[in-house]
Design a protein around this ligand. Structure first.
Ligand SMILES: Cc1cc2nc3c(=O)[nH]c(=O)nc-3n(C[C@H](O)[C@H](O)[C@H](O)COP(=O)(O)O)c2cc1C
Length: 331
């Protein structure tokens, strides 16, 4: 049998394979992106541009300029138009330089906390030449005053504004803790995004019981984190017009294949690259190819989504009833 074709599309972009290096410290310089391409990733999501960092930098610079404790909106406008904000300027340069250096798609990523700056960042990122934009929206659901509808409406408004501003594809990276996930995803799908990324990994706190202080939990995921993403990829597959990217818990070829069977267009990997190094990309591709040969698949579209909730022929297999079946054996 001939070598299987691993190519796929994501957000309308052509990818050599469905493995994307997700946003992290391994995607924050041109040198690292060149290495990732050499190791065979299908695309790269750049390290996020964090709105708070830019705002702090702007405030510090403005404070130095005006010696006041607040920033005038017009001063912010000036700083935006004059491009005096180093973090943003550096990020735009990273996009431009990466586009010159590699042939794989470069997806920029913005992590914002307010709705005002989104469109400005998006426009600059498009101008710099990014192939797509991943919006990283995270509202920690700890504010009991902020209802589900308000969060969905804010998200919808942000997406609509960004979509009106730029022409490159937009994908939304969401939290697994979003309430009523299916309805939320259907809602953002209607807002016109080209993709949804399941899921972002939030920082996990821990407690150091020896020193009685708050500490940091595990930063990296493990293969056992795959199940939650797999559940939602499979349940959303076929319900949305936009593409689904699986992110969280894909550590090996089996994880990649499972997500494709559940309906993911691509998989974003991060933790496994930190744990196993970039050589893991080659291993994932190799395992996928061998599995496709063993199952006589020539292209990914021949099996993608075959075990999604709607295609599996057994929708209940993905639902709560399984809890009784599988947990009963533990006595
Ligand atoms: C060290 C590190 C840095 C990360 N930085 C970002 C970031 O800047 N923006 C973002 O959207 N996600 C970031 N993430 C989350 C990853 O992109 C990814 O969604 C998450 O790690 C789950 O994938 P994994 O299980 O393959 O690690 C980061 C993750 C790690 C481990």
């Amino acid at each position: 049998m001939k070598t299987p074709d691993l190519s796929t599309t994501y957000l309308g972009l052509q990818l050599m394979n469905p493995i994307i290096a997700g946003s992290c410290g391994l995607t924050d310089s041109v040198e690292k992106i060149i290495k990732l391409e050499a190791m065979g990733v299908g695309a790269v999501v750049l390290k996020s541009l964090f709105e708070e960092e830019i705002i702090i930098e702007m405030e510090e610079a403005t404070h130095a300029m005006t010696n006041r404790h607040f920033v005038f909106p017009e001063t912010m406008d000036y700083m935006e138009t004059e491009d005096t904000v180093n973090i943003l300027a550096d990020y735009l340069e990273l996009i431009r330089a990466s586009k010159k250096a590699v042939g794989i798609p470069i997806i920029a990523s913005v992590n914002c906390v307010s709705s005002q700056k989104w469109t400005y960042f998006a426009r600059e990122i498009e101008k710099a030449g990014a192939d797509a934009l991943e919006l990283n929206l995270f509202f920690l659901p700890s504010d009991s005053q902020r209802g589900e509808k308000e969060i969905a409406d804010t998200t919808f408004e942000i997406i609509s504004k960004v979509k009106r501003t730029i022409k490159i594809p937009v994908t939304l990276k969401i939290s697994a803790f979003q309430s009523n996930l299916i309805r939320y995803c259907e809602y953002i799908d209607q807002a016109g995004v080209e993709g949804v990324v399941l899921f972002n990994r939030s920082w996990l706190p821990d407690i150091d019981i020896n020193h009685l202080v708050i500490s940091s939990g595990f930063v990296l995921s493990s293969p056992s984190d795959l199940g939650n993403t797999l559940r939602w990829v499979s349940m959303l597959s076929g319900r949305l017009n936009c593409d689904i990217a699986a992110s969280t818990g894909v550590h090996d070829g089996a994880g990649l294949i499972k997500q494709l069977l559940a309906g993911a267009k691509v998989c974003q990997i991060v933790s496994t690259l930190y744990i196993n190094d970039l050589v893991q990309i080659e291993k994932l591709k190799d395992e996928l190819s061998k599995w496709m040969i063993a199952h006589e698949f020539n292209t990914i579209s021949e099996f993608r989504g075959r075990l999604s909730q709607s295609n599996s022929g057994n929708p209940a297999a993905w639902e709560r009833v399984q809890f009784m079946k599988h947990f009963r054996n533990f006595v």
